[in-house]
Design a protein around this ligand. Structure first.
Ligand code: KIV
Length: 269
């Protein structure tokens, strides 16, 4: 099983590492076969699994349930789990909820925010919970931002984010995750902290690791995709293989070519 130290070593060696979101055992098994380095049980499951339009309704119980499912099926990847909206607003909540997801199989928790969470980071780390800090576009604050938009677009805002990173790393943050920020800032953060793995999503290709929401990268997201998403399924099959399978099934049911004899129990009764 890949550990936090392995990710640090990957960074030291200049070996980039892969991370995908995952919420269920079937996908987790496929990711194990594909040797994906790290899995994020993201609170994006509020959208991808539960059909909400933000991550805000997700509960700690949801995160525990999905973490357990993924961990059972994947013994290879380093597993991080999001603490959902408002579940780490006080230190006792942060401890109780981190305990729940760590006991479910996470190796690290991820929380969203800046320097104001330094005390939370220290408290969690001292209690045996490694912390990944998510900065830049932090979806739990979508209503503060007024939408999902590029963050840290000016030198001043980039410097503010760098300052936040310094405070959080000093407090004990073990991984930084940057979402939807200029590529130059992604590189600056990765270079500023030589011992801290930096994961990017829409942060350019000079961070140490990359993460994508799995539904986005296999063509299961309808509507407008963020600029930073690439549909890898298209490249594998010339089209979205999963979508094609759904279409073929629909067609086969309609024209009665499915189920065929080989799918049918022919018993004389
Ligand atoms: O919840 C999630 O999937 C995330 C990624 C977008 C990084 O936080």
């Amino acid at each position: 099983m890949i550990s936090l130290n392995d990710l640090r070593q990957f960074k030291a060696q200049g070996r980039k590492f892969s991370c995908l979101t995952c919420y269920d055992a079937s996908m987790a098994k496929v990711m194990q076969v594909a040797e994906i380095d790290s899995i994020l049980i993201g609170d994006s499951l509020g959208m991808t699994i539960q059909g909400h339009d933000s991550t805000l309704p997700v509960t700690v119980d949801d995160m525990v349930y999905h973490t357990q499912a993924v961990r059972r099926a994947n013994q290879h990847a380093f597993i991080m789990t999001d603490l959902p909206f408002m579940s780490y607003a006080t230190l006792p909540d942060a401890i109780a909820n981190a305990r729940a997801v760590m006991q479910a199989g996470a190796q690290m928790v991820k929380i969203e925010g800046g320097a104001w969470l330094a005390e939370t980071v220290t408290h969690l780390t001292r209690n045996g919970v490694p912390v990944c800090m998510h900065l830049g576009l932090t979806p739990q604050s979508v209503h503060v931002f007024g939408g999902y938009k590029l963050q840290a677009k000016t030198r001043e805002a980039a410097d503010q984010l760098l300052e936040d990173c310094h405070a959080l790393v000093e407090a004990g943050a073990a991984i930084l995750l940057l979402e939807c920020v200029p590529a130059q800032l992604g590189q600056e953060v990765a270079e500023t902290f030589p011992h801290i793995p930096v994961i990017g999503i829409g942060a350019g290709n000079n961070t140490d690791g990359q993460v994508l929401v799995v539904q986005d990268m296999i063509g299961l997201t309808t509507g407008k995709l963020a600029r930073f998403v690439r549909n890898f399924m298209t490249e594998q099959s010339g089209a979205s293989a999963i979508l094609d399978a759904f279409r073929a099934y629909h067609q086969a049911v309609q024209d009665k070519s499915f189920p065929a004899a080989e799918h049918t129990f022919q018993v004389e009764l």
